[in-house]
Design a protein around this ligand. Structure first.
Ligand SMILES: Cc1ncc(COP(=O)(O)O)c(C=O)c1O
Length: 391
């Protein structure tokens, strides 16, 4: 048996969907992403079905295309916004400010002022300086404080070190918020994107419960909301549990910690709504070896770290790559087209591509609908940003 894993498209897309995307892609110059909006709609519906008690705030950073935002607007989603530019994107399509949360803990005073003037009343925070600034620029607004979480090593794309603060500090910040005239609203966390260990939510919810109780008992502050963040799964090479299992487990943790006094629950999915809906199509530019005796081929393609595949940094996200060749697989290093030696997607992971792969062949990067278009550089080596199409 081959030590390499052949990609079976049927594990990722039904055959009609894949054929539809492939025929759309056929004569278009690569590279580009094709996104099937029906899949986004299906995944959103599943999220709402699995978490019937929660409000969904779509993490706009995952893919802010108008086609995506308007679909989710019409489905009744709310929006997790990280900058004034993302706020423009959602308000330009008629989303009202009551459906927006400013979820970035790092924000300029001038932007907070603009958010407040435009009617946004819910803000994330994790530091004293930010809370004091919010009190001045967004008086009376709801504030939720983000806490640090563990389990970063079981997430493909950890997020917790840069954002959040220790429980004790979160508690103090919410007391401070109240004393400054803000509304201490709740606690948020993000257990890391593509979090494979569902129990990460259990320990985070346990910490949240502790803060809720202390604030109630010691300051008569009744928090009203928990923001469970993102971290829900997409379908990459290494399999995860299904969303239904995440939902069942997380609902159980909430009940175990809060009994039937469940506060308002917010989810902020990005990856899990968008990734499975997109296929990135690239072309093989060059296949070479580094010496006459080298055993591995280098496959250079026309998409790379600087044109949408930055999540291959440290080989964190392992996209399934499909090609039409059916032969045996052999070890490849897979790299992008730019003149930067960091532009190597997979070198250590034992990636196998067909031995008969040829220059000019297409490569289909499955599960590429999230965090690809937005991460694409505007002009490195003159290459234009990654193109995107919506079906
Ligand atoms: C504050 C916040 N919420 C939600 C998300 C989305 O997370 P995911 O893509 O894992 O669903 C992110 C991702 O960066 C985030 O920073």
């Amino acid at each position: 048996m081959s030590q390499f894993q052949a990609i079976d498209v049927a594990e990722y897309y039904d055959s009609n969907t894949f054929e539809r995307i492939k025929s759309f892609a056929q004569d278009r110059p690569t590279p580009f992403v094709v996104i099937d909006t029906q899949i986004i709609a299906k995944q959103y519906d599943e999220m709402v079905t699995q978490f019937p008690y929660a409000s969904v705030y779509y993490a706009v950073k995952a893919n802010p295309a108008e086609e995506v935002l308007s679909l989710l607007r019409d489905k009744g989603a709310n929006f997790d916004i990280a900058s004034i530019y993302e706020l423009d994107m959602v308000t330009d399509i008629g989303v009202t400010s009551d459906r927006v949360s400013y979820g970035n803990t790092i924000k300029k005073r001038i932007d907070v002022r603009a958010f407040y003037q435009r009617g946004v009343r819910m803000f994330a925070s994790d530091s004293e300086a930010d809370i004091r600034m919010l009190a001045e620029e967004a008086p009376g607004a709801k504030v939720y404080v983000r806490i640090l979480t563990e389990a970063t090593d079981t997430a493909d794309w950890p997020l917790s070190r840069k954002f959040g603060c220790h429980n004790e500090m979160a508690y103090e910040l919410l007391v401070l918020a109240k004393s400054l005239g803000l509304k201490p609203h709740g606690i948020s966390f993000h257990v890391g994107s593509q979090q494979r260990d569902i129990s990460a939510w259990d320990s985070a919810i346990g910490k949240v419960k502790g803060i809720f109780e202390r604030l109630k008992n010691e300051h008569n502050i009744q928090l009203k909301m928990i923001n469970l963040g993102g971290g829900f799964p997409a379908n990459y090479i290494d399999k995860t549990n299904a969303l239904a299992t995440y939902a069942q487990q997380i609902s159980g943790f909430l009940t175990a910690h809060f009994n039937d006094e469940l506060p308002e629950i917010i989810l902020e999915p990005g990856r899990s709504l968008l990734s499975n809906a997109g296929i990135l199509v690239s072309e093989v530019v060059l296949i070479s070896k580094k010496s006459y005796t080298a055993t591995e081929r280098w496959v250079f393609t026309d998409v790379g770290k600087f044109s949408g595949l930055i999540e291959t940094m440290d080989e964190a996200i392992k996209f399934p790559i499909y090609t039409e060749r059916k032969g045996a697989l052999d070890k490849c290093v897979i790299a992008g087209p730019t003149c930067d030696s960091a532009d190597i997607m997979y070198e250590h992971y034992r990636y196998g591509l067909p031995v008969d792969l040829a220059i000019g062949d297409r490569m289909y990067w499955l599960t590429a609908g999230a965090y690809t278009t937005t991460y694409s550089a505007v002009c490195f080596n003159g290459f234009p940003p990654l193109k995107d199409y919506y079906l």
